[in-house]
Design a protein around this ligand. Structure first.
Ligand code: GLN
Length: 492
């Protein structure tokens, strides 16, 4: 099998047996990026020199065995809204084109500590606002299974880099589905952890009460390993949760008696028939393994999307206030006075970011605050109670990750509804703070379909257990997508 198709456990064995060195492995992926990325633009910056330096340090670590862990010597890519000391962090925005942080985000510091190799920074919608990378100042990243389709967003660079085997693991961020939707569209695994489990220190904020960093990988075990490395209490993040004991591995026991809830609202009419069939095939497999399937209702879900838009845009309008040309980011030279300079600077933001700032500012205005912002917070509280009630009836929830596979690039430009349909399954986990995992469950018209599992806050282990059962039961191969292949091998 090609190295690009190997998971982290297989790479680990090769490194530990000295069949390959971390430097050789890094060079392999750098070559693959040079070969494939001109077609995908998954990377905004490839940090070649730093990567090779980190790789040779990893080789030394492996030679002495001191401080070596599962990720020592393993290349990882990082979404370009996560700060990296000495490597520019653009957020795919013209305003931050020359911003080079002088500190590492906590997740990056943790990766460095274990000797992982940072390969580069991946493409996204500007400031993580979008679902297709149409909003990136660095161009759209197309779908690796068919380049006429989008790869999703906003963490599409990370999802595509993993799906094409340009890197085995990547970090994304998820405010309303930005890890899970592109992972589902590209046929890979992604996790949005419980809010507060992974430090947000050094993540450029979009909507801080919803933002969360998480892993994207080529198997359940791979995202488990990256999640375990980045999770944990961080005094630098005021919303960080107290330390939980790190699990040594994925629980692999029997699933007998585990109650799996199927929320009626997430299997409605807007769902493509083929997607429903594939997710129901997962449900049948879980039932065969002894899980108890229960259909249930989560009435608050019908308000999830408007609530998300209201709160995310309101928070975005505040998060984006710092880009005024005074202290941070680019300053436009035109404009005769301070207001003129600020106006000219903010003109450089993309249309979608400006739209969200305007709407968010409007929602927070004196005349709208109670009717929009306060009401949305009330719905959010109700939604948390609604999910808590559902979790008294079941241990976890199964649903599609998106209503359809990846839409075409033109279709996306035409149809706002297509965009909304990609988000209505994912935003609830952000609004309620619970963990959600997406895994591939088949193909529809040669494009991947993702299934989503959600569990109560802190119950990530349950998600890993069920997803790895499905993976083992379907004996999925981890082939790489490189443009226009048929995914027939993947059919159930
Ligand atoms: N696609 C959603 C949006 O545009 C989610 C973005 C995200 O999770 N960062 O807001």
């Amino acid at each position: 099998m090609e190295i690009a198709e190997l998971n982290v456990a297989a790479l680990r064995k090769m490194l530990d047996r000295r069949e390959i060195s971390a430097v050789e492995l890094t060079n392999y992926y750098l070559d693959r990026i040079a070969q494939l990325d001109p077609d995908f633009r998954a990377f905004i910056t490839v940090s070649r020199e730093q990567a090779l330096r980190m790789a040779s340090a990893a080789d030394q670590k492996l030679a002495t065995g001191e401080g070596a862990t599962a990720l020592t010597g393993i290349p990882v890519a990082v979404k370009d809204n996560i700060c990296t000391n000495g490597i520019r962090t653009t957020c795919a925005s013209r305003l931050l084109a020359d911003f080079t942080p002088i500190f590492d985000a906590t997740v990056v510091a943790k990766l460095k500590q274990v000797g992982a190799v940072l390969l580069g920074k991946t493409n996204l919608d500007e400031f993580a606002m979008g679902s297709s990378t149409k909003e990136s100042a660095y161009g759209l990243t197309p779908n690796p299974w068919d380049r006429r389709h989008v790869s999703g967003g906003s963490s599409s660079g990370s999802a595509v880099a993993v799906a094409t085997g340009m890197v085995p693991l990547a970090l994304g961020s998820d405010t309303g589905g930005s890890i899970r939707q592109p992972a589902a569209f590209c046929g890979v695994w992604g996790l949005k952890p419980t809010y507060g489990r992974v430090s947000r220190y050094g993540l450029v904020p979009y909507a801080p009460s919803l933002d969360q960093i998480g892993p994207i990988g080529r198997s359940t075990e791979d995202i488990f390993l990256l999640d375990r490395c980045i999770a944990g209490y961080d005094p630098l993040d005021p919303t960080s949760l107290p330390e939980q004991a790190a699990a040594a591995g994925i629980v692999t026991g029997s699933l007998r008696g585990l109650k799996v809830g199927l929320p009626r609202e997430l299997f409605g009419d807007s769902l493509a028939m083929g997607v429903k069939e594939r997710v129901m095939a997962v449900a049948r497999e879980l039932a065969a393994a002894g899980c108890i399937l229960t259909e249930l209702s989560l009435p608050s879900l019908q308000y999830a999307l408007p609530t998300y838009y209201l709160l995310a845009y309101a928070e975005a309008s505040s998060s984006m206030a710092r880009y005024d040309g005074v202290r941070h980011g680019k300053r436009a030279c035109s404009g005769s006075d301070v207001t003129g300079m600020m106006t000219a600077t903010r003109q450089e933001l993309g249309t979608e970011v400006k739209r969200r700032i305007l709407l968010g500012t409007y929602f927070l205005g004196k005349d709208c605050y109670d009717d929009y912002y306060v009401r949305a917070q009330q719905v959010r509280t109700w939604m948390k109670a609604d999910f808590a009630a559902a979790f008294t009836e079941c241990d976890l929830l199964l649903s599609p990750t998106t209503a359809t596979p990846a839409f075409t690039i033109d279709e996306e430009a035409l149809d706002e509804r297509a965009l909304a349909l990609t988000e209505c399954y994912t935003v609830a986990a952000n609004l309620t703070g619970i963990p959600a995992l997406t895994f591939p469950c088949g193909f529809l018209n040669h494009l991947p379909v993702g299934a989503q599992l959600m569990a109560p806050a802190g119950a990530e282990q349950r998600l890993f257990q069920v997803a790895s059962h499905w993976e083992a039961a379907t004996k999925r191969q981890t082939r790489c997508a490189q443009g226009d292949q048929k995914g027939a091998f993947y059919e159930l």
